[in-house]
Write a protein that binds this ligand. Structure first.
Ligand SMILES: O=C(O)CCC(=O)C(=O)O
Length: 246
């Protein structure tokens, strides 16, 4: 099955050992520096619930040189090739996220579709997932338990039980087991691409530390979710030669 076929039917693409060690080593110190500062600035939220930070490229704690290195990584040729084979329309960079384990080791994970947090009605969500393209590129820096996802749900709606679990209704909670769940374990060096619209959850443990890059197919409904502060300035763009940025 080609990459495109696999993504089209399953909603994800797992590419073992996609990265050379030096590619990760180059950006790892930047991510760690960002994370250390984030932990200082968000102590309370980290201790109470947060399992990720975001918007690394807009953060003022990064030096200009570090920010440029991250943009160069994001705009890498091999990502561009994958993106243009997976998303038919013009592709834009949306944002970055860093995922780590919860401070409270008993904190439970949660099945969700990213689209459920947009405020759209269920009916509109059901329509939107048929056409939208929003992709996470998950890049683990530690071997981790990875992501559990329900193949095919990037383009199909939940079974009744799945919706009950995801939306905490009819006596279900979002961390309940779902029989159609498929775990994709990840090792440092791997790349997992998955649709943000599919039903998925993070699996905690092993002191995970993963960078997610998020890209989308340009359309008028998704554009407002792009924060231009996360994108390079026009001066920076000249050095990047990429169509992923505004
Ligand atoms: O890794 C996690 O904890 C959740 C990941 C996730 O939901 C996402 O990337 O959208």
């Amino acid at each position: 099955m080609t990459e495109l076929n696999h993504y089209t039917t399953e909603g994800y693409l797992y590419i073992p050992q996609f990265f050379q060690p030096k590619e990760l080593q180059q950006i790892e110190p930047i991510l760690l520096k960002f994370h250390q500062q984030w932990l200082l600035d968000h102590r309370e939220e980290y201790h109470s619930r947060l399992i990720n930070s975001h918007s690394l490229t807009s953060n003022t704690s990064l030096s200009k040189a570090d920010r440029m290195l991250l943009f160069q990584f994001i705009a890498g040729n091999r990502f561009q090739l994958l993106l243009s084979s997976l998303i038919p329309e013009k592709v834009l960079f949306l944002n970055t996220q860093l995922f780590f384990d919860p401070f409270n080791k008993d904190q439970k994970n949660y099945w969700h579709r990213d689209i459920q947090y947009t405020g759209m009605s269920i009916e509109d969500q059901q329509k939107s997932i048929l056409t939208q393209h929003v992709l996470h590129f998950r890049i683990p820096f530690q071997d981790e338990e990875g992501i559990e996802l329900i193949p095919g749900t990037h383009r199909s709606w939940d079974l009744e039980e799945e919706q009950d679990v995801r939306l905490s209704q009819n006596g279900k909670i979002p961390s309940d087991t779902l029989v159609r769940g498929k775990q994709i374990k990840l090792k440092r060096g791997d790349l997992l691409i998955f649709s943000a619209n599919m039903i998925h959850r993070g699996l905690y443990g092993n002191n995970r530390f993963a960078l997610d890059l998020i890209f989308l197919g340009d359309n008028p409904i998704l554009r407002p979710f792009i924060d231009p502060n996360n994108h390079p300035t026009s001066e920076e763009k000249k050095q990047l030669n990429s169509t992923l940025f505004l």
